[in-house]
Design a protein around this ligand. Structure first.
Ligand code: BGC
Length: 783
C-alpha cells in the first residue's frame, strides 16, 4: 500500500490523499503536521481559499501566515556567512518535510480549477512555493515577466503593468545595455508587485518561424539571442530577485510541445540552441533555469540527465537551480536523479511528483537524501545570493511615468525600417494622410499566453481572438493614429478600419500618403501560419494599388510572408511594441526618431525555403507522440539560407536608417588567444543615428554547418559626421565546432575570413587571419 493511502485511511478527517501530512506520518512526525497546520488554517479562515489551502499538503506544512510567530534568528540567517554556508546551514536545520516544501511549487492563481489555492500567493500569479515559517525562510512568489509583469488572465486595474516590447523586438535593438535597462524596469515592477522569482528570459532559438512563442525569444542567432536575453536577466536581477532562463531546451515549436521528441545531434546542439543558453547564462547569471515540456533525443527535458546534470551543471558549472515548466514533471525518481531541483505548477490534488512520493523514493534508496539536500541548497543559496532573502519583496508604488520612457526607448530602438523608397520620414508639409487597419485607432498588439501583460488602461480592443487561454487578443491602449496626429499636427489624418479593402482603397486614393497597419497575433501553446490573417494581404494590395505612396506597418510576432513587398515603397516592422508602442511607431514614421532596429531573424520568401515548411506534428491526433528531426543541425536561420544558397525575402541584420554610415579600417588580430576585430564607423549622412555593424566569421576551407556565423556585433550612436573606433572580441566557441568524443570545442588551424557587414547577405568588407588550433572545454566561456 502506498504510504499516502495508508495515511489517508487512518486520518480521514485530516487531509487529502497524499501530501506532506502523509509524509509526516511516514517520518513519525504527525505531531509536527498537526501543529503546523493550525496557523495556516487560522490565516486562511474566512477566505474563499481556506478550504483548499488548509487541505493542501504544503500549506499544512510550512506556509507562512500573518499570525505565525516571528521566527528567532537561525544560524542560516547570519549575514556574515557566505551564501553557500548559509544555504548549507539551512539544509542542516530543516526537516525532510520542510525541504520537500521548498522544492515543490503550485499554480498561484486563486481560481476554482486550482485545487491548491494559497491565500499567500499573489493574485493571478503563475506560481507559489510556500516558505518555511519555522526557520524564517521566504516563500517564492513567481511571475511570468518576459514583457513585463504578467497576469494569468485579464488583469484588474491594480494589476496592470508597463508592457515592454516583445523579446524579439528587444533583440532587434542589438543593444544589450538597453535590454538590461528594460530588464531592470521589469524587475522593479515585479519587486513592487511582490514577486521574488521571475519566469523571464526566453532564449529558445528561432528555428521555425511559425512557432507561436518566437515573440518571447531572442531570434535565430545564438550570440545575439544569448547576449540580449542575458542582458535582460541581468537587469531583472539587479532588483535583488531571481530571474530564469527558459525553456531549456529545444522548445522551438508549440505544436505538441508536451509530447514532441526533438532529435538533434549533440555537436549541432552545442553550436546552436545550447550555445544561446550558454551565452545567456554566462552574461545574465540567472538564478534559475526552467526545463521545457518536450523530449530531447527520447527523454523529457526535465528528466534528461545529459541536459540538466552533464551539460548545465557539470560542463557549464551552473550553480543555480532547475525548475520545471509548469507541471512538466513526469517521474518522481527520474526527475530527481536527472538534476531537477524544483517541480512547479501543481494545481490538482496529488498531481505532484515529489512531496511524500519523493520521500518514499529516498527511504527506498531510489533517490539519495543528498540529492534532496542539493536541491534545497541550490534554491536557498540562489535566493540568498540574489538578495531575495535579505531584502524581502513587498508591494510598493510603481513609477509608471519613468517606466513609460524605458519601454518607449526599447520600442524606438527595435522597430525596424525594412524598406524605404524615400517616402519616410513623413514630410511635415503632407496635407492628408490615410491611416488604415490594424486597430491603429485604439492601440498596439501584444503577444498571448503566460507572457501576457495587461497595460494600464486594459485591453484597448475587446472581443478579438480566442475566448479562452492563450487568448484573447490584447491591445495596449497606445494608439498610433492618435500619436501620429500629435506628431504631424498640420496634416489631416483620416482613419479607416481596413475591414473592407474597397473603402480602404478609396480612403488611400484621397490621401498624399497611406499608412496601412497589419497585425498577426501569436501566442504560447499554438503555432501560426506565416500568411497574415484575415485577408490583410489583400487589404495591403488594395491600398497600394490605390496609392503608390503607401507605408506598411506590421505588428507581428515574428516573420511573415510579404507577397506585396516589391509593390510597397516603405515597410516598417513594429513587432509587438509595448505600452508606448503607438507613440514609438509615430515617432519613427515622423522622423522624430531615427530607426535603428535590425532583424534578429530572416524573413523567408516562401515556406519552401524553410528546413520544415510545415510545423511537424500539425494535424496529428492530440496525444500522438512524434519526432522532429533537426536535420539542419546548427544551420539555423541565416546559416541555413547560406548553406542552401537561398535568398530570403529579408535577411538577418536588415534594417535601414534615415542617415548613412560608412565603415572601414577593418583589421583582425590575435590578442593572446582571442580574435580581436577592429574597424571604424562614420555617420556620413545629415542626421544623428545608430549604426549596427555585424562581424561574421568563416573558415576559408569550410567545414562548418554553414559558410559563416555571427562572431560579434556593435551598435554605435553617432551625430552627423562623427565617427567611432570599434573593437570587438569574437567568442572562441563561435570559431569552433564541438567534438563530442573529446567533449570539447575545437578551433581548427587554418585561415579564417572576418567580414564586416550590415546584413547576412551583405558582402561587406573582409580580411583574413590565420588561427592556430585551439581546444576549449565544453563549458569554456570567454567572459
Ligand atoms: C509556460 C512557461 C510559464 C509557465 C507559468 C507555461 O505554460 O510554458 O513559460 O512560465 O507556464 O506561467
Amino acid at each position: 500500500m502506498r504510504a499516502s493511502e495508508h495515511w489517508a485511511q487512518k486520518n480521514r478527517n485530516f487531509v487529502v490523499i497524499g501530501g506532506a501530512c502523509a509524509l509526516f506520518l511516514d517520518l513519525g512526525l504527525l505531531g509536527a503536521c498537526a501543529e503546523s497546520e493550525s496557523p495556516s488554517r487560522v490565516a486562511s479562515a474566512g477566505t474563499s481559499a481556506s478550504a483548499s489551502a488548509s487541505s493542501s499538503p504544503a500549506a499544512s506544512v510550512a506556509a507562512p501566515s500573518a499570525s505565525a510567530p516571528q521566527p528567532l534568528p537561525h544560524a542560516w540567517q547570519n549575514r556574515g556567512l557566505s551564501a553557500d554556508d548559509r544555504a548549507q546551514a539551512l539544509v542542516h536545520e530543516l526537516t525532510r518535510a520542510e525541504k520537500l516544501t521548498i522544492v515543490t511549487g503550485y499554480f498561484g492563481v486563486q481560481k476554482e480549477w486550482n485545487e491548491y489555492r494559497f491565500p499567500e500567493a499573489r493574485a493571478q500569479s503563475a506560481g507559489f512555493v510556500p516558505g518555511v515559517a519555522r526557520v524564517g525562510f521566504t516563500p517564492q512568489w513567481q511571475s511570468d515577466a518576459g514583457s513585463g509583469v504578467a497576469t494569468q488572465g485579464e488583469a484588474p486595474a491594480e494589476l496592470e503593468r508597463t508592457v515592454l516590447p516583445s523579446g524579439l523586438l528587444t533583440a532587434c535593438t542589438f543593444d544589450p545595455a538597453l535590454a538590461e535597462r528594460a530588464g531592470a524596469m521589469i524587475g522593479s515592477e515585479a519587486r513592487a508587485s511582490g514577486f521574488n522569482v521571475l519566469l523571464a528570459g526566453g532564449v529558445d532559438l528561432l528555428r521555425d518561424p511559425g512557432n507561436g512563442r518566437n515573440f518571447e525569444y531572442g531570434g535565430e542567432d545564438p550570440l545575439l539571442a544569448g547576449s540580449m536575453v542575458g542582458a535582460i536577466v541581468r537587469g531583472i536581477q539587479s532588483n535583488h530577485i531571481v530571474s530564469t532562463v527558459k525553456h531549456f531546451a529545444f522548445n522551438d515549436q508549440e505544436t505538441g510541445r508536451g509530447i514532441v521528441n526533438v532529435v538533434v545531434d549533440e555537436a549541432a546542439a552545442r553550436s546552436s540552441d545550447l550555445l544561446a543558453f550558454q551565452f545567456a547564462i554566462e552574461l545574465g547569471n540567472p538564478g534559475s533555469v526552467m526545463c521545457s515540456y518536450n523530449k530531447i533525443n527520447g527523454t523529457y527535458a526535465c528528466q534528461n540527465e545529459w541536459l540538466l546534470s552533464q551539460v548545465l551543471k557539470e560542463d557549464w558549472g551552473y550553480r543555480g537551480y532547475v525548475m520545471t515548466d509548469w507541471h512538466a514533471q513526469h517521474d518522481t525518481v527520474q526527475n530527481a536523479l536527472a538534476g531537477l531541483d524544483q517541480e512547479t505548477g501543481v494545481s490538482h490534488l496529488g498531481q505532484y511528483q515529489w512531496l511524500d512520493k519523493l520521500s518514499h523514493a529516498i527511504d527506498g534508496g531510489a533517490v539519495p537524501e543528498a540529492r534532496l539536500d542539493d536541491m534545497v541548497r541550490r534554491i536557498a543559496r540562489t535566493l540568498i545570493e540574489k538578495g531575495a532573502v535579505d531584502e524581502p519583496v513587498a508591494p510598493a508604488a510603481i513609477d509608471f511615468a519613468a517606466h513609460a520612457e524605458v519601454t518607449r526607448a526599447d520600442a524606438e530602438n527595435g522597430i525596424t525600417l525594412l524598406k524605404n523608397e524615400g517616402i519616410l520620414p513623413l514630410k511635415s508639409e503632407l496635407k492628408r494622410i490615410a491611416v488604415i487597419g490594424g486597430h491603429a485607432d485604439a492601440g498596439v498588439l501584444t503577444g498571448g499566453g503566460s507572457a501576457q501583460v495587461y497595460a494600464r488602461g486594459g485591453n484597448a480592443v475587446r472581443g478579438l481572438g480566442l475566448t479562452h487561454w492563450p487568448g484573447p487578443e490584447v491591445y495596449a491602449p497606445s494608439s498610433p493614429l492618435v500619436a501620429l496626429r500629435a506628431e504631424l499636427p498640420s496634416a489631416d489624418i483620416t482613419w479607416d478600419p481596413g475591414t473592407d479593402p474597397k473603402s480602404a482603397a478609396e480612403a488611400a486614393a484621397k490621401a498624399d500618403v497611406a499608412i496601412v497597419f497589419a497585425t498577426q497575433w501569436t501566442a504560447e501553446a499554438m503555432d501560426f501560419s506565416l500568411t497574415l490573417p484575415d485577408g490583410q494581404d489583400k487589404l495591403i494590395e488594395a491600398v497600394t494599388s490605390a496609392n503608390k505612396h503607401t507605408v506598411v506597418v506590421l505588428e507581428t510576432g515574428g516573420a511573415v510572408l510579404l507577397p506585396w513587398l516589391a509593390r510597397v515603397p516603405a515597410l516598417v516592422e513594429a513587432w509587438y511594441p509595448g505600452s508606448e508602442g503607438g507613440k514609438a511607431i509615430a515617432r519613427v514614421l515622423s522622423g522624430a526618431v531615427n530607426p535603428s532596429g535590425h532583424l534578429a531573424l530572416s524573413f523567408p520568401r516562401a515556406l519552401t525555403q524553410l528546413p520544415r515548411p510545415k510545423i511537424v506534428g500539425d494535424g496529428l491526433p492530440k496525444d500522438q507522440p512524434f519526432d522532429v528531426h533537426y536535420d539542419e543541425g546548427a544551420a539555423v536561420g541565416y546559416r541555413y539560407y547560406d548553406a542552401k544558397h537561398l535568398e530570403p525575402a529579408l535577411p538577418f541584420g536588415a534594417g535601414l536608417s534615415y542617415t548613412k554610415f560608412t565603415r572601414g579600417g577593418l583589421s583582425a588580430k590575435l590578442e593572446g588567444a582571442e580574435l580581436r576585430v577592429s574597424f571604424h564607423v562614420q555617420n556620413t549622412g545629415a542626421r544623428a543615428g545608430k549604426d549596427v555593424a555585424l562581424v561574421f566569421v568563416s573558415p576559408v576551407a569550410g567545414g562548418w554547418e554553414a559558410p559563416k556565423r555571427l562572431g560579434a556585433f556593435a551598435k554605435r550612436e553617432l551625430s552627423p559626421s562623427a565617427s567611432a573606433d570599434v573593437s570587438l572580441t569574437v567568442d572562441p566557441r563561435l570559431l569552433a565546432t564541438f567534438d563530442v568524443k573529446a567533449h570539447a570545442f575545437r578551433i581548427a588551424k587554418g585561415t579564417y575570413r572576418v567580414t564586416l557587414a550590415s546584413t547576412a547577405r551583405d558582402p561587406g568588407q573582409s580580411v583574413t587571419i590565420a588561427l592556430p588550433e585551439r581546444t576549449l572545454p565544453a563549458g569554456a566561456g570567454a567572459h
